[in-house]
Design a protein around this ligand. Sequence first.
Ligand code: GDP
Ligand code: MG
Length: 295
Amino acid sequence: MIQRIMKAGFVNIFGKPNAGKSTLLNALLGEKLAITSAKVQTTRHRIKGIITTDDYQLIISDTPGIIEPKYKLHEKMMLAVKEALEDADAAILLHDLTEPDTTATDAVFKKLKLAVPVLVVCNKSDKAGAEKTAAALRFFASQTYCDAAIAVSAISGKGVKELLEKITTLLPEGEPFFPADEVTDLPVRFFVAEMIREKVYELYEEEVPYHTTVLVREFKEKTTLVKIQADIVVQRDTQKGIILGEKGQGIKTLGTAARLEIERFLGRKIFLELFVKVKPKWRDNETHLKEYGYH
Ligand code: GDP
Ligand code: MG
């Protein structure tokens, strides 16, 4: 029997308003028939779609931070964008070829200093002409933050298939996170976990959020409320201490913030119980990753 190597991962799209993010998402999702399109607007890490084939599963989102073209970039805002991009296995940085040149986009991309593979996509090639397109591709390909550069026309679909192939080369090997036949909704649990994780990002500093994952253990719909039990999984005892905070004040704040967010999302009252668990190296552990809902 031939062993198939499956790839699976999260890809985040970043680009200035009007670069063509939405159009590109649609083009990517339209490329394959076995598509899940889940539009969830309420979470910060919005999953826009899942593409599952026999060879890979690609989960695509766009970034929360909106960068206005002439806006002075605040460090904090860029940090939020950077975090979102680094939550993914690869990042697509979208350049708009109808801009006068690559300078403005390059300045924004440079600030990101991403530690994940970066694919620079030059969009609107239908409007740019061969020479300008080639020059932009050469320019980005020679930048240190860029692993590969490709030109597309999201609107006509030109280059989109090649783009998909390129992205999949950047994905890690692994089993799909979501069932291939799950065509309508993503599990609510997943979003609940994401919302709790989001609060961890907001409330804790430095490396703690990066070492944290959230597993929803129980999700029970009762008549008057939804009962949710979740584990906050960290790698070290010290991190557990930080999450709990002095006299449990940290986890209390986290619990309240997460509860309000989830209640908004579900439109229902919830009862949320959080537990902090230490699992060394959960990030490297396949079994743990599976257990944490990613399958
Ligand atoms: P977003 O703000 O990054 O999500 O950008 P949109 O996807 O909404 O696109 C902004 C505008 O650019 C829309 O008017 C699109 O029709 C247009 N657009 C997007 N992709 C292309 C493209 O490949 N070629 C051309 N000519 N226009 C495009
Ligand atoms: Mg858009």
